[in-house]
Design a protein around this ligand. Structure first.
Ligand code: SF4
Length: 61
């Protein structure tokens, strides 16, 4: 599975990077990016982060 962040929505609050560092990082543009090919054991954390993102910018495919 892969995480996608809609950079048109992301406000760079940093919550996802702090809460789930194996799933997210900041790109060179300062906005969050999702990691590709995430390990299965962090999927629950990613779903929680999707719910907690203040602007609904994250999806998991
Ligand atoms: S939690 Fe949402 S708004 Fe905040 S940095 Fe992550 S993707 Fe962007």
């Amino acid at each position: 599975m892969s995480i996608y962040v809609d950079k048109d929505k992301c406000v760079a609050c940093g919550m996802c990077v702090d809460a789930c560092p194996l799933g997210f990082h900041f790109g060179s543009d300062g906005f969050a990016e999702g990691n590709l090919e995430i390990p299965q054991d962090i999927v629950d954390d990613v779903w929680q982060t999707i719910e907690d993102c203040p602007v609904g910018a994250i999806c998991l495919k």
